[in-house]
Design a protein around this ligand. Structure first.
Ligand code: R5P
Length: 310
């Protein structure tokens, strides 16, 4: 097998390679003078089971193009099977026609990845589970829940923890974590009047005196988390932390989180961190390299991936 990466998250690709005790395949991914993506695979991949690790995170368009062009290069180099390993699948938030004349970008991107040559997809905490069905090739949607649960048990007294979903859409995800640690669940009734703006309407559940832990897939502007933390503290919560799989953290989100009432925000390394994230005293990162590495190893040896989560 071979593990190839673009430029989206080289430290994670290196960590997965170390887990697999495999060197990263030598592959040049750079730019022409006009910024077009140039790819050249420097090793023979004929007949190989090849995994491309690439998050389609910021800059999403560049990272997506790198993924597509690497897949094309591998297909034309006679790789036996190509698996797109997407620790973060970007373009997931337009996953249905939510208003007239809007695209379904998640479907378009799924089509592009398949057309470029991917035979399988391995991803993590898709924004909406049904995006799995947008691919007509085998797709494994891993969850970071076991990694979160381990970290929560190591850092919190789970007897006093209440898990909170920051919106109604995230209840299944939050309940999964709550049931793994035997905690109860509260729900924030969030309204999004327009893209990028969120408002808390109500809190469903009694959070008085509780250590609340918000669980979500994405933190982007940080608005959802900061508003939820304020509303929970107002409703009597003792303290509020958050475990989020994908730290998109665009613009001034890290500074916003640092200045908020959140005790801590824990994100995985599915997306490369930035200087601003590293500077924020209340943002911590936990690695999903072993989880991704194990899923890659099991895919390569045709073993069950779902049993990773039993
Ligand atoms: C929404 O459905 C997602 O699960 C996240 O809650 C959302 O994307 C977070 O965005 P922001 O940090 O910009 O509020």
């Amino acid at each position: 097998m071979k593990l190839v990466t673009g430029n989206s998250n080289r430290p994670l690709a290196q960590a997965v390679a170390s887990y697999l005790e495999l060197p990263l395949t030598d592959c040049t991914v750079k730019r022409f003078a006009d910024n077009e993506v140039y790819v050249e695979v420097q090793e023979n991949v004929r007949g190989e089971d090849v995994f491309i690790l690439q998050s389609t995170s910021y800059p999403a368009n560049d990272n997506l193009m790198e993924l597509l062009i690497i897949a094309d290069a591998l297909r034309r180099s006679s790789a036996r099977r190509i698996t797109a390993v997407l620790p973060y699948f970007g373009y997931a938030r337009q996953d249905r026609k939510s208003a007239p004349r809007t695209p379904i970008s998640a479907k378009l991107v799924s089509n592009l990845i398949t057309e470029a040559g991917a035979n399988r997809v391995l991803t993590l905490d898709l924004h909406a589970a049904q995006i799995q069905g947008f691919f007509d090739i085998p797709t494994d949607n891993l969850t970071a829940a076991p990694v979160m649960v381990r970290d929560i048990k190591d850092n919190y007294d789970v007897k006093n923890v209440m898990i909170v979903s920051p919106d109604v859409g995230g209840v299944v995800r939050a309940r999964n974590v709550a049931s793994r640690i035997g905690a109860s669940l509260a729900i924030v009734d969030k309204r999004r009047p327009r893209a990028g703006v969120s408002e808390v309407m109500n809190i469903i559940g009694d959070v008085e005196g509780q250590t609340c832990i918000l669980i979500d897939d994405i933190v982007d502007s940080g608005g959802t988390l900061v508003n939820a933390a304020e509303a929970l503290l107002k409703a009597g919560a003792k303290e509020v932390s958050a475990y989020i799989t994908h730290g998109v953290l665009s613009g001034t989100a890290s500074e916003r989180i640092a200045a908020s009432k959140l005790k801590e925000l824990v994100v995985t390394d599915s997306i490369l961190d930035t200087e601003a994230t590293r500077r924020a005293a209340n943002i911590r990162r936990m690695s999903i390299a072993a989880l991704i590495g194990e899923a890659v190893a099991r895919t390569a040896s045709e073993q069950s991936v779902s049993s990773l989560f039993d």
